[in-house]
Design a binder for this molecule. Structure first.
Ligand code: KG4
Ligand code: ZN
Length: 323
């Protein structure tokens, strides 16, 4: 068994995991300290939180895997993208640990790891090439995956990330952070046809996304034409649910349609979704009705975690995963 210790500290989640041979998750610890009173992530607080909790989180991870520290063969750490202060805490710790144990260290890209999180969760092989859709709080990316490590970028957002759009809409409706799961919850009771909203188009770039116009429309529907973000919501509870349902439907169909267009154009044989927004059940329903098989990560591998970092670290260092 080749044990990899993964460390993820790019945002407000602090996570550590042990993965064997790139696929078997022995432990996957996620320690979150959202700052709900600030309605989002405060970079300085997140970094300080990681400094205080990193050692106990690593100890807990090893204990849950029932492994001593010296059984670890490789340390994998998120090297970016992310908040610089938060990243530095994880990287500095990982470098120190690798030096002390005299074991190799590998830096892993967080966005690529989100995609690997879905490969890690599958029992059957995923047909390749796949159209990877990374939908998170920080990223919105369509990419052709020839195999792990070989990608062709196809589309991205020109403004907000999709999870960010969910979080902002939720905040304007007075819902807690992170807002995606709350919007989904309200949407379940709402009528998606109630409000007519349009997805954003990016001129001459059919696979790119733009969410800012859609977001502004939602703001005006919630608070009145030309309202400011801090103005009061003018909707009944029922109308809030209808607005969540209308927003969710239009944004998720936008993802589906652009993913379908990209998959056709680039000859993909499956959809692989990753990142926090891929937990959304309506999104999963829409993709399951599409013309290619769609693969999703489990919830714990969709949100920020270190199993995806350890798993991808193994693949990058040692080649294919051993099942
Ligand atoms: O992948 P992730 O944990 O962190 C980043 O790398 O950004 O994604 C977090 C994002 C948040 O914006 C959150 O609101 C969104 O994923 N999210 C959802 C759902 N669950 C989490 N968005 C829509 N529907 C959900 N069920
Ligand atoms: Zn992430």
């Amino acid at each position: 068994m080749f044990y990899v210790l993964g460390i993820e500290s790019s945002c407000d989640e602090l996570a550590c995991a042990v993965v064997a041979n790139g696929v078997d998750i022995l432990s996957n610890v996620i320690y979150t300290q959202h700052a709900p009173q600030f309605g989002g992530v405060v970079p300085e607080l997140a970094a300080r939180h990681h400094v205080d909790h990193l050692i106990p989180v690593v100890e807990e991870t090893l204990a849950r895997a029932s492994l001593p520290l010296d059984a670890i063969e490789l340390i994998a750490v998120t090297q970016g993208p992310g908040l610089i202060g938060s990243l530095l805490v994880g990287i500095a710790f990982a470098e120190g640990l690798a030096l002390a144990l005299n074991k190799p260290l590998i830096g892993v890209n967080h966005v690529e790891a989100h995609l690997y999180g879905t490969f890690l969760a599958q029992k059957e092989p995923i047909p390749l090439p796949a159209l990877g859709c990374i939908l998170s709080g920080g990223h919105t990316l369509l990419v052709k995956v020839k195999e792990i490590g070989q990608y062709t970028p196809i589309g991205t957002t020109v403004d907000d990330a999709i999870g960010e759009a969910f979080d902002k809409v939720a905040a304007w409706l007075g819902l807690p952070y992170p807002g995606g799961p709350w919007v989904e919850r309200l949407a379940r009771q709402g009528n998606p046809m109630r409000f007519s909203l349009k997805p954003g188009r990016v001129k001459e770039r059919p696979h790119h996304f733009s969410f800012s116009g859609l977001k502004t429309n939602v703001l005006y529907l919630a608070k009145g034409q030309n309202a400011k973000k801090r103005d009061a919501v003018m909707l009944s509870e029922e109308e809030k649910c209808d607005l969540c349902a209308s927003f969710q439907e239009v944004i998720l169909r936008d993802v589906l349609e652009k993913a379908e267009g990209a998959a056709k154009r680039y000859g993909c044989r499956s959809f692989v979704l990753g990142g926090g927004v891929s937990c959304n059940q309506r999104l999963q329903e829409l993709f399951r009705e599409s013309f290619l098989p769609a693969f999703f990560p489990s919830r714990e591998l969709a949100l920020d975690n270190a199993a995806m970092i350890a798993g991808l670290g193994y693949i990058l260092k040692c080649g294919e995963a051993v099942h």
